[in-house]
Design a protein around this ligand. Structure first.
Ligand code: HEM
Length: 529
């Protein structure tokens, strides 16, 4: 047997082959991996490019995405694009562009992306907000909207009034008449929850310790945490959707919990109707009565009945909590509000819905809180259903459009000194949010807190009334102060789609003697359920 000794070739060959292999691997890597890292610069058939944007693709953006959006808007302008995995996003940071795309071209920009977490797993394509722009969405929005019109609101007026009374009283009693510091989150949450329970099921929780308060608020918070428009990698990296990840399990659990809790409530309403009881008008009753005619399945019923408590609790209560977080550090604004209330309403009764027109400064405070602390900095993203070219920029079909409310709300031209909490900027604005959203001059719109176009929040009339009753009465009844050594954080927040402040405590004190006697005029009631 002959043994080959090392020749020049043999010595050379491994070197050449490993170099070749490295080069080949490098080319393959660049070819296969770079497209997943770098942005894809699509153009349409006429050569129109995408709106400009960052070079890299992102897997997802988790905490405080509005900060990244504000920085990109400065670099790339009022319409820019970002890739998240394989999904293209176009971000709108200018009022005129928002009007042009979301309102004037609403027929193209009113759908929703089928997010794996929110739309497919938790809401199963239902609950209005998760439906594409199609007949199901039209049908579900029509059915639910009947409960949310200004006319319908008249039917709940007394109820909302009562819940605002209970909110004032709980804060007073639970803080031992102002002797103890109080975290208002639970009470503001219960106020908004009870209002939504009354519209949805004709019921309420009858004490702050009712287990349903804890459970419903936790489900609504879980929803806010799981449904950020770009906080879940699983929404943008498809293979993750097939794996039994923790996040997927959380989404499925929330779906099941919603069916369990709100499904049981529908059953109870139905049982009462079957027993011939006089069930108050509510969404669940309408759904049961029209289920056959409207061809609604069980999941449709549960998700529609759940949507008000998902969309209308942490949003409204969040604004009340932001108001209470802000107001202790603005004693001059409190003093002006107290002066207006004493002068216009007096101390014998507290403000009602009818007093709103006569209290412009209180109205201005509420609008300013909504501007500075909108709960949804990115509204709820819309999705395009056709290719579109705007000002020479290509927006392909299936692009997700994000309304960059944070940047819109800090436009110095519209809101000078925009980072200052200054209700004066709204003095002279006598329009409701719904009226303001329809203004021909979009730069005069109060704010973008309720979104825009055909998907604009259908609950805005209801939310405005709830905010008015709560905030005007809080100001009428109490003075609010920070607790020494416990500064209230206004920069950070909880929730990835809807934001509420980090937990804080504050001190309240009754402003005058009438507060105590008025609070005592109502007792908690239990509604038959
Ligand atoms: C201050 C409180 C509230 C805020 C800030 C708020 C904000 C929003 C926003 C930003 C949207 C998305 C709009 C868009 O896609 O352009 C929305 C949608 C929605 N809101 Fe509200 N909302 C509030 C209260 C409520 C209430 C009280 C209800 C129900 C009674 C409600 C029900 C809904 C529903 C069903 C949708 C989905 C609409 C659709 O996709 O067609 N919201 N809301």
């Amino acid at each position: 047997m002959s043994v080959r000794t090392d020749s020049g070739f043999q010595l050379l060959f491994p070197v050449v082959s490993s170099k070749l292999a490295v080069t080949a691997l490098g080319i393959a890597f660049l070819y296969l991996v770079l497209p997943y890292i770098l942005r894809k610069n699509l153009v349409d058939k006429d050569g129109h490019p995408l709106p400009p944007g960052p070079l890299f693709r992102y897997a997802f953006l988790r905490k405080y995405p509005e900060r990244a959006l504000a920085a990109w808007a400065k670099t790339y302008g009022s319409l820019f694009s970002i890739w998240m995995g394989s999904q293209l996003f176009v971000v709108i940071s200018d009022a005129h562009v928002a009007r042009e795309l979301l309102v004037n071209h609403g027929a193209i920009f009113s759908s929703r992306k089928k997010y794996f977490m929110k739309n497919q797993t938790i809401l199963a394509g239902r609950a209005i907000t998760a439906s594409a722009y199609d007949d199901t969405w039209r049908q579900h929005r029509r059915i639910a909207s009947v409960m949310l019109t200004p006319k319908a609101l008249q039917g709940y007026a007394e109820f909302f009034d009562y819940e605002a009374h209970i909110l004032m009283r709980s804060l007073y009693n639970e803080s031992l008449q102002g002797k103890l510091p109080i975290n208002p989150a639970h009470y503001a949450g219960r106020y908004a929850l009870n209002n939504m329970l009354s519209i949805s099921f004709g019921t309420r929780t009858d004490s702050t310790s009712d287990p349903l308060v804890e459970r419903a608020l936790a489900m609504a918070m879980e929803f806010m945490d799981l449904t950020g428009p770009w906080s879940n990698a699983v929404d943008f990296i498809e293979p993750l959707q097939w794996l039994p990840t923790r996040i997927r399990a959380r989404g499925r659990k929330l779906h099941d919990d919603l069916i369990e809790v709100y499904g049981a409530m529908i059953h109870r309403v139905k049982a009462r109707m079957d027993a011939g009881e006089n069930v108050p008008d509510c969404l669940a009753k309408t759904l049961i009565e029209t289920q056959e005619e409207e061809k609604l399945d069980w999941e449709d019923l549960c998700m529609l009945a759940a949507v008000f408590t998902l969309g209308g609790v942490h949003s409204t209560s969040g604004i009340i909590q932001w108001f209470l977080a802000l107001i202790p550090s603005h004693p001059e604004i409190q003093a002006r509000a107290h002066e207006e209330l004493d002068r216009v309403v007096g101390r014998d009764h507290w403000p009602t819905a009818e007093d709103e027109e006569r209290l412009p400064y209180i109205r201005a405070i509420i609008k300013e809180v909504q501007r500075v602390h909108a709960p949804f900095w990115m509204a709820t993203p819309h999705c395009s259903t056709e290719d579109f070219v705007y000002n020479g920029l290509f927006i392909p079909k299936d692009t997700v459009l994000v309304l960059n409310c944070f940047t819109l709300h800090h436009n110095e031209e519209r809101y000078p000194d925009s980072f200052t909490f200054n209700p004066d900027r709204y003095l002279g604005d006598n329009l409701s949010c719904a009226e303001s959203a329809k203004l021909a001059d979009v730069m005069q719109r109060d704010h973008w807190t309720f979104g825009a176009g055909r998907r604009i929040c259908p609950g805005l009339h209801i939310a405005e009334r709830e905010l008015w009753l709560a905030i005007s009465r809080l100001l009428w009844a109490y003075k609010f102060e920070e607790i020494p050594g416990e500064p209230i954080c206004l920069d950070e927040y909880e929730g990835l789609s809807g934001r509420t402040p980090l937990p804080y405590r504050l001190k309240l004190s009754a402003r005058h003697d009438r507060v105590h006697s008025i609070l005592e005029t109502e007792e908690e009631i239990t509604l038959a359920f």
